[in-house]
Design a protein around this ligand. Structure first.
Ligand code: NOJ
Ligand code: CA
Length: 539
């Protein structure tokens, strides 16, 4: 039970990971062949991006059939074999549940647009005679869509969509829609899927005079969904994708812990990069201080990067401008409000920065989620449209097409230095103990050794005058770990208020190396540029 609290999650775009049949597109057969690599990396769960039949106007988040597998990715049998092979290696599998919208190619939408207004079939989607309704609702894909309403010729009405116009929103006020979605859930969980990422979950319901985000109706449906799962599929996990401030995001756990088990920690993510950009820990310590207490069983999913842009919706305009200046010098990197770059380019290829952020990812409260390719420091391709630049093929080797496929991949591999597949790939890093890949493996092993402490333990900020330095304690069942991180590009010394732990001996988690014991005085720690330590305070 609660496996997700001790997990380390690895996010994979199936289409980019490994091509099993040589058509240039990654698939389940290819992914099965890489499961040993994934297990040996030291993660415990795989989250896979949408693989369902789809016209692919939003990389598969526009689903045309919830119960199938896109032929590019393989067959349902391939998926079942992937699931079995993952489980055989003790890897949990998390798939996508896109509740909010379907593709406009979905038979439900085709039926709805032809059905008479007011009929139950029509009511599967949200229609209007005017585009004036729900005027208080923001546009998410603001670079691409002028409105959340699009006119449908056949229906003779406008339909509602929070994302692309090819993704009409389902109408959750319809009991038929809610029932259909529970059937989708039963299908995949019945097959043995361990967890579902609830895409775009704040937007399920609409109501005039509101922003339509986070409505009580939406939370009520999530309680219904959770009760359904608890009754029929105990032990499975729901992960909310809700890009919000801490209290609002935490609301997706439910007041009584009766909604989602997990929610992405969107608030902390951009602030890690902000601290790195300014050399000042304050944005991180500030947001950590604002994290509300969680109901029992609830868990944040912490992440540095994913398949979308690095979203900057939850920072101030001034912070956003600064982030754009530092991280999007090439203006092509900006999409919507965020930055479409991977971890390594955001860190300027600086190993020290990558290690600093990754160590914090592993040490902060919550379950870490790693994005495929970041373990080797993959780059991105700004010449590709939308967010495809951060979804390029996994770089396995310096062989043609990065070893990802026998033929030219549908999405090109990164071929430009300094992050080209010739320079950055698994085969080149695997033999060398000091490579980023092997550093990451060791860091994951360190975290896994103390999975309960990091996954379930408490977190206390430690006072220090030096604003470049973030220090916090993690503790669980009489064990305590001190984490110290320097966001500055210069060496720093910090005096830490740790007198309560006088007599304890810090021991480096990776090497076991012991430091001088803590005394009644503040404990002085010196760190190199972007230096970071995790030390157990042993008795
Ligand atoms: C969030 C997903 O992460 C993103 O890739 C997608 O475009 C939107 N939801 C719409 O489904
Ligand atoms: Ca293929």
């Amino acid at each position: 039970m609660d496996w997700y609290r001790d997990a380390i999650i690895y996010e994979v775009r199936v289409r980019s990971y490994s091509d099993g049949n040589g058509d240039g597109i990654g698939d389940f057969r290819g992914l099965i062949g890489k499961l040993d690599y994934i297990r040996d990396l030291g993660v415990t769960a795989i989250w896979i991006l949408p693989f369902y039949p789809s016209p692919l106007t939003d990389d598969g988040y526009d689903i045309a059939d919830y119960l199938g597998v896109h032929p590019d990715c393989g067959t349902l049998e391939d998926f079942e074999e992937f699931l079995a092979e993952a489980h055989r290696r003790d890897l949990q599998v998390i798939t996508e549940l896109v509740l909010n919208h379907t593709s406009d190619r979905h038979p439900w939408f085709q039926r709805a647009r032809g059905a008479p207004p007011g009929s139950p079939e029509r009511d599967w989607y949200v229609w209007s005679d005017t585009p004036e309704r729900y005027q208080d609702v923001r546009i998410i894909f603001q670079d691409f869509e002028p409105s959340n309403w699009t006119w449908d010729e056949q229906a003779g009405a406008y339909f509602w969509h929070r994302f692309y116009r090819t993704q009409p929103d389902l109408n959750f006020a319809s009991p038929d829609v809610r029932r259909a979605m529970l059937e989708v859930v039963d299908f995949w969980l019945g097959m043995g899927v361990d967890g579902l990422r609830l895409d775009a979950v704040p937007y399920l319901f609409e109501r005039e005079g509101t922003t339509c985000d986070n409505l009580p109706e939406t939370h009520a449906f999530l309680r219904e969904l959770r009760a359904h799962i608890d009754a029929r599929h105990p032990g499975r996990m729901l992960l909310a994708e809700a890009n919000l401030w801490p209290e609002e995001a935490a609301a997706y756990f439910g007041e009584k812990g009766d909604e989602c088990h997990m929610a992405f920690n969107f608030p902390i993510m951009p602030r890690l990069y902000l601290a790195l950009a300014t050399g000042d820990r304050t944005p991180v310590s500030w947001i950590l201080g604002r994290m509300p207490p969680l109901p029992p069983g609830a868990q944040w999913a912490t992440f540095l990067r994913n398949h979308d842009e690095l979203t900057l919706e939850m920072v101030t305009p001034a912070e956003r401008a600064l982030m754009h200046e530092v991280y999007a010098a090439d203006r092509r990197a900006i999409v919507n409000l965020g930055i479409r770059r991977r971890l390594a380019p955001l860190c300027g290829g600086d190993r020290r920065k990558i290690e600093l952020l990754t160590t914090l990812l592993l040490a902060l409260p919550g379950t870490p989620v790693l994005y495929y390719g970041d373990e080797i420091g993959m780059g991105d391709d700004l010449s590709l449209p939308d967010r495809y630049g951060v979804r390029t093929p996994m770089q396995w080797s310096a062989e043609p097409f990065a070893g990802v496929s026998a033929t030219e991949p549908a999405l090109p591999v990164v071929a430009e230095p300094p992050f080209s597949y010739v320079d950055v790939n698994v085969a080149a890093q695997d033999p060398y103990p000091d490579s980023l890949l092997n550093w990451t493996r060791r860091a994951l092993a360190t975290r896994a050794d103390m999975a309960e402490l990091f996954g379930r333990g408490g977190m206390t900020l430690v006072d220090t005058e030096n604003a470049h330095v973030l220090a916090f304690l993690r503790d669980y069942a009489f064990r305590t770990v001190l984490v110290v991180a320097n966001f500055a590009c210069t060496p720093q010394a910090a005096d830490l208020a740790l007198t309560r732990y006088s007599g304890r001996v810090p021991a480096d988690l990776g090497s076991g190396e012991r430091w001088p014991a803590l005394t009644a005085d503040p404990y002085r720690v010196t760190l190199g540029p972007y230096g970071v330590y995790w030390l157990e305070l042993t008795r």
